[in-house]
Design a protein around this ligand. Structure first.
Ligand code: F3S
Length: 390
């Protein structure tokens, strides 16, 4: 892989051992994927923040980078942590876990990473423009950045995203290159797409069909989609199909430069209904945990939930997960007060998938196809998919 003098100097240790280690990671990645060079990035989002996923080895790696003087060269934010950084006690997080999680956050902070822990960085100030090269990790956010914003990111692992932050570079391969952003399959949607949860079911239905080929879908039959619907769709498509890009004519910015591929498949109302039903295996009575906000909620979604909860009492453990900046706005606008008066909890910085809650609950109710997938796969919960009924 070709390197500039500056990049070569980083690799040889001229900027300290943390930057050297970061450059070694990028050089290895570039070699594996056949990249010819490194390119500058303007924005980074680092996953692998929850101590539940990192463990002691991950914490030691981060501390070593921070101790070695590693400093982020670009705007970098974090994926959700294993707890609300400020109000972890209210979520029942054990103190020994909290102590480790705070050490993880401290290590990132010492590296100059913004410790906004969210999978929707594009809602809270980490918003790349069309065509910008970035290095993000969280699968739903990567899909949103590529498809909806037209920025360019591969789906980075935690260490490679952090390496991009410390050097301001990433290897030039995959979705950074024009030729890999072209669609490989036309997907004709012939189903009613009105509620957010329809987009979660659609992501599952399409995702399972493209999982093997990883073809970029060119999706027809959708005339409108809100920010929330696209956010939901990205999470589901990335989870069930491993997809990091799609195009929808009239909605996503690169669709106009693509031709509909001849190879096609159709998603019918029956396909969508099957996907919806497959997300539930728990009855309402079994549910002992409700979580809304996967991906993290927008302010408009928090407002809607507050309106629905006003004057009522929840009867199960009930989390509403969002970023800290959105929670702060919800505080100012009085939504948080309504939500907590109903007995629900606003869980900022975290979510029901990365928090250490295995064994605490039996069945999760969620309005997210992605949350259902991980509740079963990671935490062994039964699931109830909260979707609209027509
Ligand atoms: Fe975000 Fe957690 Fe869902 S990271 S996309 S809320 S699994």
């Amino acid at each position: 892989m070709k390197m500039s003098d500056e990049e070569r100097a980083m690799l040889e240790g001229a900027r300290g051992r943390a930057t050297q280690k970061a450059m070694q990671i990028l050089a290895a990645l570039g070699t594996i994927y056949g990249a010819e060079s490194l390119i500058p990035v303007t924005s980074v989002q680092v996953a692998g923040v929850s101590y539940d996923n990192l463990g002691e080895a991950g914490l030691a790696f981060l501390a070593e980078i921070a101790d070695g003087g590693g400093k982020s060269q670009v705007l970098a934010t974090l994926n959700p942590a294993g707890m609300d950084i400020e109000s972890w006690q209210a979520l029942g997080i054990p103190p020994d876990f909290a102590e480790k999680q705070l050490r993880v956050i401290d290590a990132f902070s010492r590296m100059g990473v913004q410790t906004t822990c969210t999978c929707t960085p594009y809602l809270v100030g980490n918003l790349p423009a069309f065509g910008e090269h970035i290095a993000w990790s969280e699968s739903s956010a990567v899909c949103y950045a590529n498809a909806v914003l037209g920025a360019r990111s591969n789906r980075e692992g935690g260490p490679s995203a952090l390496a991009a932050a410390l050097t301001g570079r990433t290897p030039d391969y995959g979705l950074h290159r024009d030729e890999n952003r072209q669609p490989g399959l036309t997907v004709a949607v012939k189903a009613r797409m009105s509620e957010n949860t329809d987009f979660g079911s659609l992501g599952k239905a399409i995702g399972e069909k493209i999982q093997a080929t990883k073809a970029v879908p060119y999706i027809t039959g959708i005339d409108t989609a809100s920010l929330e619907q696209l956010k939901t769709f990205c999470a589901s498509l990335a989870t069930y199909g491993g997809a990091a890009l799609f195009h929808i004519p009239g909605i996503t910015p690169e669709a106009g430069t693509c031709k509909a591929p001849a190879e096609s498949l159709t998603i019918t109302q029956a396909d969508l209904d099957i996907a919806t039903r497959s997300l539930s295996d728990a009855s309402e009575d079994e549910v002992d945990f409700v979580s809304l906000g996967c991906p993290h909620l927008t302010l408009a979604e928090v407002a809607r939930i507050a309106a629905l909860l006003e004057g009522k009492r929840v009867t199960r453990e009930f989390w509403i997960t969002t970023s800290r900046p959105v929670k702060q706005m919800a505080d100012q606008l009085g939504y948080s007060r309504i939500i907590t008066a109903a007995g629900a909890k606003i869980a900022a910085d975290t979510c029901c998938v990365v928090a250490p809650i295995q064994g605490r609950f039996t069945a999760l109710a969620a309005d997210s196809a992605k949350a259902c997938y991980y509740a079963a796969g990671k935490n062994n919960f039964k699931t109830l998919f909260l979707h609209s009924t027509r």
